[in-house]
Ligand binder design. Structure first.
Ligand SMILES: Cc1cc2nc3c(=O)[nH]c(=O)nc-3n(C[C@H](O)[C@H](O)[C@H](O)COP(=O)(O)OP(=O)(O)OC[C@H]3O[C@@H](n4cnc5c(N)ncnc54)[C@H](O)[C@@H]3O)c2cc1C
Length: 441
């Protein structure tokens, strides 16, 4: 029933189409049981995530989280390790205008994050989310959790972490949020003090995905005190980024957090946590910019995941409405059902156009802050509406634990909150619009 016609859109290269087909074939096999449903106790979720990261690594998909040249920079001359048998060369047949699909690291232009192929990331996330929400989560976190190393790590740090992330042998995490600093992320308080050849970290991080199973955490902390603006808000200055191993002295998991769509999540504690100076990522004070650059690469892929969940909901709704007898016909024969299906399909299509437009613009090097925010907002919000309609079409069955639409209903919710809540995306879009209008005055 599912169509993949969107892959014929001009945003994609033949390499992207081949990648989409390969990931889809792999996911069909890996989730032959229908996917999506996992035991939800903490130990089972942790074990499932570890296994998924390993499997995604073996299949070659996590290599897309770690662009080739970032690894090569760390690997010196041993380029064979990074070559990745499972990796499709998405640059093949790539756009002839302003750079290629980026798999070869040749994306160009002021806005490009060298080497990241945002279209590939979004395609993989859409495909995995369609099949299994936890697989999408496991894939996404390898990229988000190691992105700051790719963007700003020293060659030694890249060499230490990235090949293992790409191979699915090390689990990554991104630790920015704190109890009093979520949307207002510049307000973080966790501190890092230079002491000889070490930094000493003190404070907390919360809502940290992979918290409890990660091998390392990219942590953002204050290296100088917060500066206040006249209105009382905190400036983005004085924040730096570090990589902290899960066995670093003074590091611990303060609390595990259980959420509606279970995945490993925790509050982290840093109690005189000592790490080598060389674990700093980028220059001291550049941490806020680095966090935003990392999110900027991966935010479009959140939209990709939302599309996968929404498309699955539409397909389940189509199947159900064609087979459910009602009033002497089927549910599909009723015009109100048809209206619901039409709304779902149209909104998914619109969100998909915005998502892959943003990814394509990003890959060719444009500055696309507004387009990325639009894609993240419209894909996650419309996916929530599509999934809700699917639950309605299923009637009572739609709210039964273990039904596909029931877990999609839970899977989608957090995407409207993390990596910038919808309200934050609206502010970004409005800021960009108003800045442009002011300049034009
Ligand atoms: C499942 C999950 C996984 C996560 N994983 C990670 C992770 O791996 N690493 C990490 O660092 N963080 C992670 N987070 C944290 C996430 O980024 C924050 O939850 C998010 O930034 C919102 O912060 P908050 O929860 O503190 O909510 P708050 O900042 O308190 O915001 C609450 C609400 O206020 C509204 N709001 C925000 N700004 C405005 C505004 N200007 N005007 C009006 N309303 C506004 C929004 O609706 C928002 O949802 C995760 C969160 C969840 C739920």
């Amino acid at each position: 029933m599912r169509t993949r016609e969107f892959l014929e859109w001009p945003f994609f290269t033949p390499g992207h189409r081949e990648l989409a087909a390969q990931v889809d074939a792999w996911a069909f096999k890996r989730f032959a049981d229908g996917g999506g449903a996992h035991a939800e106790d903490r130990a089972s979720v942790d074990a499932a995530c570890r296994e998924l990261v390993r499997d995604l690594g073996r299949a070659g998909w996590t290599r897309y989280s770690v662009p080739g040249e970032a690894m090569l920079a760390g690997l010196g001359t041993d380029k064979t390790v990074a070559a990745g048998a499972g990796r499709v060369d998405v640059a093949r047949g790539g756009s002839a205008n302003r750079g290629t699909a980026g798999g070869s690291g040749s994306a160009v232009g002021a806005g490009a994050a060298p080497g990241f192929d945002v279209r590939a990331l979004a395609i993989i996330r859409e495909t995995l989310a369609y099949h299994d929400g936890l697989a999408d989560f496991a894939f996404a976190m390898q990229g988000l959790g190691s992105g700051a190393i790719t963007l700003a790590g020293s060659p030694a740090i890249k060499q230490k972490y990235l090949p293992r992330v790409a191979a699915g042998e090390a689990i990554a995490a991104f630790a920015l949020s704190e109890p009093d600093a979520g949307s207002d992320v510049a307000a973080i308080k966790c501190s890092a003090r230079l002491d000889g050849d070490s930094y000493v970290l003190d404070g907390q991080k919360t809502w940290i995905s992979n918290g409890g199973i990660a091998d390392f955490y990219c942590v953002f902390a204050r290296t100088s005190p917060a500066e206040l603006r006249p209105d009382g808000s905190v400036t983005a200055r004085g924040i730096s980024a570090f990589v902290v191993d899960s066995n670093a002295p003074g590091f611990s998991i303060a609390e595990r957090i259980d959420v509606i769509a279970p995945h490993p999540l925790a509050t982290l504690a840093f109690n005189e946590c000592r790490i080598p100076v060389g674990n700093r990522l980028g220059a001291e004070g550049d941490g806020f910019k680095l966090a935003m650059r990392t999110l900027d690469v991966f935010r479009t892929s959140v939209a990709g995941a939302a599309l996968g969940f929404a498309q699955r909901a539409l397909d389940e709704a189509l199947k159900q409405s064609l087979t459910r007898p009602m009033f002497g016909k089927t549910l599909a024969d009723l015009q109100l059902t048809q209206a619901a299906l039409a709304d779902m399909a149209t909104e998914i299509d619109a969100a998909r156009l915005q998502t892959y437009r943003a990814a394509w613009l990003r890959d060719r090097g444009d500055t696309v802050t507004k387009e990325v925010a639009m894609a993240k907002m419209s894909a996650t919000e419309s996916a929530q509406r599509a999934i809700d309609r699917a639950v309605q079409i299923f009637g009572g069955r739609g709210v039964v634990h273990g039904e596909t639409v029931e877990h999609l209903y839970r899977d989608i919710r957090a995407l409207r909150i993390y990596e910038g809540a919808t309200e934050v995306q609206k502010l970004i879009i409005a800021r960009e619009l108003l800045n442009a209008a002011r300049k034009a005055q």
